[in-house]
Design a protein around this ligand. Structure first.
Ligand SMILES: [Zn+2]
Length: 159
């Protein structure tokens, strides 16, 4: 397993920045402020991702944006060997992780792992988010790195 103390791998920007309708603008502004922000319904408490104009559970409009600690567990992952977009052609292979956030009601967010693409990743690995600012992007991006070697009690569970 690659220790997290290594220098985090940086990727070129892809699809960075808010959509024209402004729905996800608070997410991007959060990254600029050094925070991961997700929506949470002020009425029923539901955590929402991706961004929505309205809570899907109680139909209240404009869910608020709340800063969430960017730590979680790998719920699923995928190693990509094929260049689907030119920006990442020189980065193959790379690992995409679906991270479950315990501080956001178990909501799951997608992102790139900063380790080498041949890293020994496993479901259940602890990860933490890091905010990177690619030189070619107007907005920062959230990436994920493993928090380090899991405690002894967890190693056998996932391998
Ligand atoms: Zn609600």
């Amino acid at each position: 397993m690659t220790p997290s103390s290594e220098v985090a791998r940086e990727f070129p920007a892809t699809l960075a920045g808010p959509y024209a309708d402004g729905l996800d603008l608070p997410y991007w502004e959060g990254l600029r402020a050094g925070e991961l922000r997700l929506q949470r319904c002020g009425e029923c408490g539901l955590w929402i991702w991706g961004p929505r104009w309205m809570c899907g559970q109680c139909q209240v409009f404009d869910p608020e944006w709340v800063a969430v600690e960017a730590v979680g567990r790998v719920f699923s992952w995928s190693r990509t060997w094929h260049s689907f977009i030119p920006e990442l052609a020189g980065e193959l292979p790379f690992i995409t992780v679906l991270v479950e956030l315990p501080h956001a009601g178990g909501r799951r967010v997608l992102g790139l792992l900063t380790e080498d693409g041949d890293a020994d990743i496993a479901i259940g690995d602890a990860v933490s988010g890091i905010i990177q600012q690619p030189a070619d992007a107007p907005w920062p991006l959230l990436r994920w790195q493993r928090a380090g070697t899991p405690p002894e009690t967890e190693q056998g569970e996932h391998r």
